[in-house]
Design a protein around this ligand. Structure first.
Ligand SMILES: Nc1ncnc2c1ncn2[C@@H]1O[C@H](COP(=O)(O)OP(=O)(O)OP(=O)(O)O)[C@@H](O)[C@H]1O
Length: 123
């Protein structure tokens, strides 16, 4: 909870700690994030192997961050949906589909980025 009496720096440091805890929780408990993390490691190994440029590294890191952060938001939306309405409801289905759609869009474009970087280096 936001404590207004706390000094700003302490308050911000606590927020970073909670956010770090959330990121660790995602990595420890979410199968999708675990898979994405493994893909990120493999693609990073490929980056070193093919000696991709600084610009390619930046775009690759951005693509990885985009997919994993949207997956985190998707997980949070699923948690809220399950908490507020654990039973079947057409609206909950739509909310979850929309959140999953956001991950799908980011993933498709991340794959395109990967193809643009690596296809010319492989063939
Ligand atoms: N309570 C519900 N009411 C209606 N439809 C639901 C409900 N729960 C899930 N669904 C449908 O099932 C799909 C999968 O939902 P679920 O909560 O299992 O997510 P998931 O895809 O398994 O999660 P993850 O992305 O973490 O693998 C949703 O996109 C939605 O279409």
């Amino acid at each position: 909870m936001n404590n207004k009496k706390e000094p700003l720096l302490i308050n911000r440091a606590k927020s970073v700690r909670y956010a770090f805890k959330g990121a660790l929780l995602l990595l420890k408990t979410e199968p999708s994030i675990k898979i994405q993390f493994c893909i990120a490691v493999l693609v990073s190994i490929a980056g070193f192997y093919f000696e991709i440029s600084t610009t390619e590294w930046m775009i690759q890191i951005l693509a990885i961050a985009l997919v994993m952060s949207i997956e985190g938001a998707n997980t949070a939306i699923e948690e809220i949906a399950n908490f507020i309405h654990p039973e079947y409801h057409i609206k909950i289905g739509k909310i979850k589909d929309l959140a999953a759609g956001a991950v799908f869009i980011a993933s498709v474009f991340a794959v395109i980025v990967g193809l643009i970087i690596y296809l010319p280096k492989i063939f």
